[in-house]
Design a protein around this ligand. Structure first.
Ligand code: COA
Length: 261
């Protein structure tokens, strides 16, 4: 049985072969800093290569947030090259989740903002708690989503709703997310993990090779070549005054004043 040790994640596998990865930075609302990203990448590789693991549940620690986004403190000092590199790295980790040959179910237990929403969207299935909130608020920081959000959100909710969400930076409540097909199921917070185990239980009864090929076949229907463009534009935005103002305003806990420069 796998029980890997990480600094920013909890990783446990039960007797049915269902591994739970919990992002564990509750004091920062589980924001994705570079340590979390590398450990997440390791954890997915561990789950994928361990024959005893048959499915993965991914969630956040605490009751307030799944993941409140990329770590804005880390973002704030990026230059163009670093911005593009970070986006490409995040994209490649999230794409490893999407292409994992074992089902990955997100239990979205609160805020799923920015990179958090993008992470949930890279999973195969999403179960939300009734207090979950989804949004891509990057434009409020003078940025755009950089971990695949501009590519995956339109696939899940349609281009029109995706444009609205990305351009307003607004949030969708769990029931709306269900209505727009962003999540598969909404459950009370005490019940979401049970629902995820129930669903994973149904999946893991099936042939493991068939499951992995089914994931690959479904993913083949949604290949886009927009990821590189997203990463390039993300990097480009890191050179703007609006990006400096947006991230500084967040860290100083004030509203940004954008000049369009
Ligand atoms: N990056 C870094 N730190 C973050 C963070 C992020 N994305 N989201 C939250 N935090 C930190 C806060 O800075 C705060 O740290 P502090 O206690 O050291 O000051 C702590 O987590 C708690 O967050 P706080 O903002 O005080 O909680 P809140 O309940 O008032 O607001 C949110 C919750 C989610 C609305 C708010 O934290 C938020 O807007 N976060 C950023 C969301 C975002 O823009 N994500 C996209 C990033 S690309």
């Amino acid at each position: 049985m796998t029980s890997a040790t990480f600094e920013t994640l909890l990783f446990d596998t039960n007797d049915d072969g269902i591994a739970t990865i919990t992002i564990n930075r509750p004091d920062k609302l589980n924001a994705l800093n570079s340590k979390v990203l590398s450990e997440l990448s390791e954890a997915i590789k561990t789950a994928e290569s361990d024959r005893d693991v048959k499915a993965v549940i991914l969630t956040g620690s605490g009751e307030k947030a799944f993941v409140a986004g990329a770590d804005i403190k880390e973002l704030s000092s990026l230059n163009r090259e670093q911005g593009e590199e970070l986006a490409a790295r995040g994209q490649s980790i999230f794409s490893a989740i999407e292409n994992c040959g074992k089902p990955v179910i997100a239990v979205v237990n609160g805020y799923a903002l920015g990179g958090g929403a993008e992470l949930a969207m890279a999973c195969h299935v999403r179960i939300a708690t009734s207090n979950a909130l989804f949004g891509l608020p990057e434009v409020s920081l003078g940025l755009i989503p950089g971990y695949g959000g501009t590519q995956r959100l339109p696939q899940l909710v349609g281009k029109s709703k995706a444009m609205e969400m990305i351009l307003t930076g607004g949030q969708l409540k769990a029931d709306e997310a269900l209505r727009f097909g962003l999540v598969n199921l909404v459950a009370e917070s005490g019940e979401a993990m049970d629902e995820a185990h129930k669903m994973a239980g149904k999946m893991v009864k099936n042939g493991p090779v068939a499951i992995s090929k089914a994931i690959a076949a479904v993913n083949a229907s949604s290949k886009t070549d927009g990821f590189a463009r997203e990463a390039m534009l993300f990097g480009e935005l890191c050179t703007t005054e609006d990006f400096k103002e947006g991230t500084t305003a967040f860290l100083e806990k004030r509203k940004p004043s954008f000049k369009g420069e």
